[in-house]
Design a protein around this ligand. Structure first.
Ligand SMILES: NC(=O)c1ccc[n+]([C@@H]2O[C@H](COP(=O)([O-])OP(=O)(O)OC[C@H]3O[C@@H](n4cnc5c(N)ncnc54)[C@H](O)[C@@H]3O)[C@@H](O)[C@H]2O)c1
Length: 282
């Protein structure tokens, strides 16, 4: 039974996963290599717990649990020690993810299930570098984690039924619905989301409409809750570019990153996280 979880990477997703898992009663170690990121994550989690309690979404006891059940650390060995589940949420780069799991394996959390929160990448490839590929799986959360209902579970070639069953149980305890997907680049959700977002960026570049009107058209005309450009700003344009590059490499021309996306990332416009993207947030 899963009780103790390590979350590796405390950025946009890691902090959200830690919050939701603590709220569900799990004991969390949240680890990052960046002290700044850990400090930001702590401030984000405490502020979200306070706002949620003030608005009545959670009670005072739950707020207390969130604040008490998360330990913040820069030490990966300490984070993964005696854990039942390790969830990796570091940047979307295969070599970085493989290196993190190498360190996790060396720290030796024995029989723990290892999960990656990758948006696009192969759990088979990452899992094959670990000691127990049958205990490796992709557990794809959505942003913001406390509000989004879904976890997409992606089986690698060696992922066991038992591993998927445990992940389903953890997801249910976190109040989430799941879908099970066989491995393919981008799975179901990222592949679809990336292609819609990329098309919107190409339209913006071609002068078809303003960012506001593209998003309004898709929201009101196609009934999407968010426009594709505001969604890309929320995801982070650097993360989105890495997703597109992976899909382009593996699936070809249809997924070529829009030049405007590359240009925005080069200029440092990364979306909400930097204050500027397709929209201004300052
Ligand atoms: N942003 C989204 O909307 C979204 C949604 C679903 C899945 N994802 C996936 O989640 C993962 C994380 O994305 P994010 O948006 O949170 O990225 P992010 O850039 O916000 O955060 C990444 C964090 O990982 C840390 N990190 C980097 N190398 C590390 C290492 N070796 N050990 C520990 N920490 C390390 C960084 O310091 C940073 O705090 C990616 O695989 C991404 O594709 C993102």
């Amino acid at each position: 039974m899963v009780k103790h979880i390590a979350v590796i990477g405390s950025g946009t997703m890691g902090r959200g996963i830690a919050y939701q898992a603590a709220l569900a009663g799990f004991f969390i170690h949240l680890q990052d290599i960046s002290e700044q990121s850990i400090e930001n994550a702590k401030a984000y989690i405490q502020s979200l717990a306070k706002k949620s309690a003030d608005k009545g979404y959670i009670n005072i006891e739950q707020k207390k649990i969130i604040n008490e059940n998360i330990t913040y650390t820069l030490d990966l060995q300490e984070a993964v020690k005696r854990k039942d589940l390790v969830i990796e949420a570091v940047i979307e780069k295969m070599d970085v993810k493989i290196d993190v799991f190498k360190q996790v394996n060396e720290a030796g959390p024995g029989n723990a299930i290892l999960a990656t929160n990758t948006s696009t990448m192969s759990p088979t490839e990452i899992g094959a570098t670990t000691k127990q590929p049958d205990k490796f799986v992709a557990m794809h959360f959505f942003n913001p984690v406390h509000r989004m209902k879904l976890i997409e579970i992606i089986r690698g070639m060696d992922t066991s039924d038992e591993t998927v069953e445990v992940i389903n149980t953890v997801a249910e305890k976190m109040g989430k619905e799941t879908v099970e997907v066989n491995e393919f680049p981008g799975f179901v959700t990222s592949r679809m989301n990336c292609i819609i977002g990329n098309e919107a960026m190409n339209m913006l570049m071609e002068g078809v409409a303003s960012a506001e009107d593209i998003d309004k058209g898709i929201k009101l005309g196609l009934n999407h809750p968010m426009g594709p450009l505001e969604m890309a700003d929320l995801v982070g344009l650097d993360s989105r570019l890495r997703n597109m590059e992976y899909l382009y490499y593996h699936l070809g021309e249809k997924y070529r990153p829009s030049p405007i996306l590359t240009k925005y990332v080069k200029s440092g416009r990364l979306g909400r996280k930097s204050g500027h993207g397709f929209y201004d947030y300052e």
